[in-house]
Design a protein around this ligand. Structure first.
Ligand code: ATR
Length: 289
């Protein structure tokens, strides 16, 4: 990893260190260890955050083992988010709405609390650049997976009207059933209807380096001039979709902000400090790629 000029002082890990990590399979691609340990150093917290590779078969045993070993909790990433939802003793509003959990908190009373911070992290990343749409405005989401559900739920909770479109229409219908009020548009028609929306969000892996279609670039010709185009993909930082939006004179939001903002709540729960997402944080995480 390249150490940037804003690298904070060295980490403190004593016998009383607070511990957390990220459970995933595979987990080697995760940026969360770099981010959380950056914050731990920056705020001088006695603690550590580690990658925790756990297979689906071992997921429950891994969580129970972490709890037994005194961890304060963990992030949960692909493919464990639904298993974490089922395992938690209590769920917050966002986790219930998302049908998934990305943050586990081991409480002092022995209970496991499940949170979903992806949707709120996405909204916070829009808010940070002054691009959160007004209530009653309309958003269209590409995709119908877990990320789409978290983002759709968070937008709805802010009073924004949500439409989704997905290659596999049945999956879109299932999401709309889970979140009443979500409208479904056919995958081959949404580009012509783009003018009705003030926010477009790609929640699929289309446009991602190494993903199913790294060159994914829909036609934005029908966009209204005020359309904000957001992508949750952050590798590359400027996806072909965002590049095209820029060429059309539209405002854009990349996926890195969501990654950083979704991490804040877990850090606060485990380590007791609300960490700042600022340029230094962004630069550090970018340099860790
Ligand atoms: P996550 O939980 O991270 O959202 P996921 O459940 O695997 O991940 O969902 C991936 C999304 O990307 C889906 O909406 C998927 O569409 P399908 O439901 O039709 O599979 C979408 N996706 C993946 N590859 C795609 C492709 N080549 N073309 C169109 N959509 C694609």
């Amino acid at each position: 990893m390249t150490q940037s000029s804003n690298t904070p002082p060295s980490q403190i890990i004593t016998g009383k260190a607070r511990l957390a990590g990220v459970l995933g399979w595979p987990v080697g691609h995760s940026r969360s260890p770099a981010l959380h340990n950056y914050w731990l150093r920056r705020y001088g917290v006695d603690g550590a955050y580690v990658p925790l590779p756990a297979t689906p078969e071992n997921f429950v045993a891994a969580v129970m083992g972490l709890k037994a070993a005194g961890f304060r909790g963990a992030n949960v990433t692909i493919p464990h988010k639904e298993a974490a939802y089922r395992l938690a003793d209590e769920l917050d509003h966002s986790a219930r709405r998302a049908g998934a959990v990305n943050t586990l908190v081991f409480r002092d009373d022995g209970k496991i609390l499940g949170l979903s911070t992806d949707g709120d992290g996405f909204l916070a990343s829009l808010e940070a650049c002054g691009m959160l749409p007004q209530p009653q405005s309309r958003a269209i989401l590409l995709g119908a997976g877990g990320a789409a559900r978290s983002v759709a739920a968070a937008l709805q909770d802010r009073g924004i009207q949500v439409a989704i479109t997905n290659r596999t229409q049945e999956r879109a219908m299932a999401l709309a059933k889970a979140l009443p009020g979500v409208e479904v548009l056919p995958w081959n028609e949404w580009e012509q209807k783009l003018g009705m929306f003030s926010l477009l969000v790609n929640t699929t892996s289309l446009g991602m380096e190494g993903g199913p279609d790294p060159l994914f670039c829909p036609d934005l010709g029908q966009a209204a001039p005020e359309l904000v185009v957001a992508d949750i993909v952050y590798v590359p930082q400027i996806t072909p979709l965002l590049a095209s939006a820029g060429q059309h004179g539209l405002r854009t939001v990349g996926g890195l902000g969501m990654l950083l903002h979704q991490a804040r709540l877990g850090f606060r729960e485990w380590f007791g400090i609300d960490p700042q997402v600022d340029d230094a944080t962004q630069e550090y995480v970018l340099n860790s790629f």
